[in-house]
Design a protein around this ligand. Structure first.
Ligand SMILES: NC(=O)c1ccc[n+]([C@@H]2O[C@H](COP(=O)([O-])OP(=O)(O)OC[C@H]3O[C@@H](n4cnc5c(N)ncnc54)[C@H](OP(=O)(O)O)[C@@H]3O)[C@@H](O)[C@H]2O)c1
Length: 301
């Protein structure tokens, strides 16, 4: 049985992915900051800040999936929070790299990255994996995160980076927060409503991690976003429809979000189109291509 070590494996994506990997015959181990109870998973403790890791965490590992990271949308972006967002992704990747023994058995590392790689901009341009990282906070986070992953090539490990859009899931995450005002009847589009919202259903994302593990030709960066591009207005309308609600209010003005969220408001106010052609050309097939179907599935409990 091949063994997959998932960093941050107890989060939204990690839990779903663990089930998928186990169903496909993999043994799963999780690196976490705290002890957890689950008989079918071995948990190992690490402390990224102090650069310590359980001695046996890397034993017999065949694949690493790097999901760990302080939530980008969980707290306002103070200077300290920004450092934490970067360090929890970059220093964590370095910690594992430094601890890998000479005779390691790791064949590939597949890491999360973000569609924010291309920056907080609203335009009709369709970004592809060939584009450079943006010169803003999220662009910089993703660039540093991916650079840390690319160092693994020096240890003959195949590297894959999945630049992920908003993950739609029935188990929480951004969708749960976005759906709340709609459920209460005062949902509305945000800002101009014209900003694009790259998204992916959690089943497709976890299928893509599995696809990346199992296909040796999958290498480098891939956009993990559904093929259909939607604006914030279209997303809001689909969300309202799915919850059998009507949008009665005007768009939430951008300045209110700027006041309340500061720099982090760009997560809601900006967004471009991002292409999923590269992973599709590699043979990956999306199950959820339409937002309505993805929302319908994600909002059912
Ligand atoms: N969900 C999305 O919409 C989305 C979109 C784009 C990119 N991504 C990226 O995909 C990855 C997985 O997303 P997710 O939604 O599953 O995230 P999540 O639910 O927030 O889980 C991330 C995990 O990272 C660990 N973590 C948190 N803060 C940490 C810190 N300071 N140091 C080390 N570990 C820390 C936590 O595990 P422990 O508490 O067990 O240590 C947590 O469960 C993340 O890197 C995220 O940025 C997600």
């Amino acid at each position: 049985m091949e063994k997959v070590l998932i960093t941050g494996g107890d989060g939204l994506v990690g839990r779903h992915l663990t089930d998928k990997l186990q169903a496909n015959g993999y043994e799963v181990a999780v690196l976490s900051r705290s002890e957890k109870m689950n008989k079918e998973i071995s948990y190992f403790i690490w402390d990224v800040e102090h650069q310590t890791i359980d001695d046996s965490a890397l034993e017999n590992v065949n694949y690493i999936i790097h999901l760990a990271g302080a939530g980008v949308a969980d707290k306002n972006w103070t200077a300290q929070r920004k450092r934490e967002i970067i360090s929890s992704r970059v220093d964590s990747a370095k910690l594992i790299y430094d601890q890998l023994p000479e005779n390691h058995k790791v064949k590939a590392i597949v890491s999360a990255s973000g569609a924010g790689y291309y920056g907080a901009v609203t335009s009709d341009r369709i970004f592809t994996e060939q584009d450079d990282s943006a010169n803003d906070f999220l662009g910089d986070v993703c660039m540093q995160w991916e650079t840390a992953i690319d160092t693994y090539k020096e240890k003959n490990i195949r590297t894959v980076k999945l630049r992920t859009g908003l993950v739609l899931s029935s188990f929480g995450g951004g969708l749960e927060r976005m759906a709340k005002p709609f459920k209460m009847g005062f949902g509305a589009a945000i800002g101009s409503g014209k900003q694009y919202l790259p998204w992916i259903h959690i089943d497709d994302l976890c299928e893509m991690y599995l696809f990346a593990l199992q296909n040796d030709t999958v290498k480098g960066a891939y956009n993990a976003v559904a093929p259909n591009h939607i604006t914030n207005r279209e997303f809001s309308e689909a969300l309202a429809k799915c919850l059998a609600k009507k949008i009665r209010l005007p768009n939430v003005p951008g300045f209110i979000l700027n006041l309340y969220l500061g720099e982090m408001a760009v997560l809601l106010l900006k967004g471009s189109r991002v292409s999923s052609q590269k992973i599709q050309d590699q043979g990956f097939k999306f199950h959820y291509t339409e937002i309505e179907k993805a929302l319908e599935n994600s909002l059912k409990k």
